[in-house]
Design a protein around this ligand. Structure first.
Ligand code: MG
Length: 391
């Protein structure tokens, strides 16, 4: 037996987190449909909906206008990210009483590896129950919890009986739990894969599991096939990875064939900037220096860097800097590109005081935009929203 087969993982997922925090902070909102989101007059989207609003057909990432049509009686509230982050830190502090191995996925969701805590604290089930009870007692909020031998099953578990769920999945019952679920519950199965599988008559995990591997491979390609083959059997070896204090962050893309189109390069670089910016914000860090890395078709690699006037975590600011580095490079040293990357260094937890004394409305608008995008991506994946770069 491998070490991973004895791992014990807990997934904690807060129920309708932002909306629940609002209902808790203002008890007159209890039992009423609450929508937290962007400007209902503008092009805002729903960031969170209370269960009362969900019952009336309002869901995250839905345009606010549509949400208001479906649920005109809803209480509409602006996103108070600072407040949610504060509550999130308190949830994190409770979880940290049980293990140092905590991997947050967003403000309201985290994996815990409690394997090493069991000798001291009893069992994974006891730990899961206690965390859920303490969140209820100390923070007056409801979490759904999944307890399982790996991350995938723990996440399936926390979702299974939401809201207020507590589900234990074991090696013994895992197949019985997974088999009836729709394939979209498996990580990596998005709309396209779901449709492809449906066209082959595969709609449940059981049907997926019964599909011969070579047929799965012919349908979805080798990488997706081997991932889905294992997940359908409840197998997942990924470790819980606690966030570490980063000294730098970067993201890069290698192309199958060298790229010479300037607009294509710009588009890819923007995606890399967004990825890094999201990670910065998730770790509540600000970057002082930005860097663009380019590898030519002949493997020669160069970097161009610049220091910002003010440390930032805003996608727009980072993109401005990255784009001017790219343009300068295109003017002087352009050539076919095999790899392009973006990185930041000089990371700090503080931005400096200047901006807080004189908040810049444009800066605040950018910050709100980033929050909404981060939130939608947390829920729907990195490709849920794409920013356009203006040529
Ligand atoms: Mg949640």
């Amino acid at each position: 037996m491998s070490a991973s087969s004895v791992r014990r993982v807990i997934h904690v997922d807060m129920d309708a987190f932002y909306a629940s925090v609002e209902q808790r902070d203002n008890p007159t909102l209890k039992g009423r449909p609450v929508i937290v989101g962007g400007d209902p007059q503008g092009r805002g989207v729903v960031c969170a909906a209370s269960y009362e609003a969900r019952r009336l057909g309002v869901f995250s990432a839905m345009p606010m206008r549509q949400a208001m049509r479906r649920c005109p009686q809803a209480v509409i509230l602006p996103v108070r990210m600072g407040r949610y982050a504060e509550v999130s830190r308190r949830i994190h502090a409770i979880m940290a009483d049980y293990t140092p191995l905590i991997e947050p996925l967003s403000l309201d969701e985290a994996f815990l590896d409690v394997t090493g805590s069991i000798p001291l604290l009893g069992s994974d089930i006891l730990i899961g129950r206690e965390i859920k009870q303490r969140i209820k007692a100390e923070l007056k909020l409801v979490a759904s919890v999944g307890v399982a031998p790996n991350k995938f099953l723990a996440k399936v578990g926390s979702d299974l009986e939401k809201p207020d769920g507590f589900v234990v999945i074991t090696e013994q019952n895992k197949q019985a739990v997974l088999d009836p679920l729709p394939v979209k519950r498996i990580w990596g199965v998005g709309k396209v894969t779901q449709q492809t599988l449906a066209s082959r008559g595969v709609e449940t995990v059981r049907q997926l599991r019964q599909m011969p591997f070579d047929r799965l491979e012919a349908t979805l390609g080798a990488a997706a096939a081997s991932s889905l083959y294992r997940l359908a059997r409840g197998q997942d070896d990924r470790a819980v990875e606690p966030e570490q204090e980063a000294k730098s962050l970067s993201s890069e893309r290698t192309f199958a064939t060298d790229v010479t189109d300037r607009a294509d390069l710009e588009g890819v670089l923007l995606e890399e900037v967004e990825r890094v910016a999201t990670r910065l914000r998730r770790q509540q860090l600000y970057a002082k220096t930005v860097m663009v890395k380019i590898r030519y078709g002949d493997f020669r690699t160069i970097t161009r860097r610049t220091t910002l006037a003010q440390p930032t975590c805003l996608t727009d600011r980072l993109w401005e800097a990255a784009r001017s580095l790219l343009i300068a490079w295109q003017k002087t040293a352009f050539g076919p590109v095999r790899l392009i990357g973006f990185g930041v260094t000089g990371l700090a937890a503080e931005q400096g005081r200047q901006l807080e004394l004189f908040p810049d409305p444009h800066e605040q608008r950018l910050r709100r935009l980033d929050r909404v995008i981060d939130e939608v991506r947390d829920r729907y994946g990195a490709n849920a929203l794409q920013r356009r770069h203006k040529g």
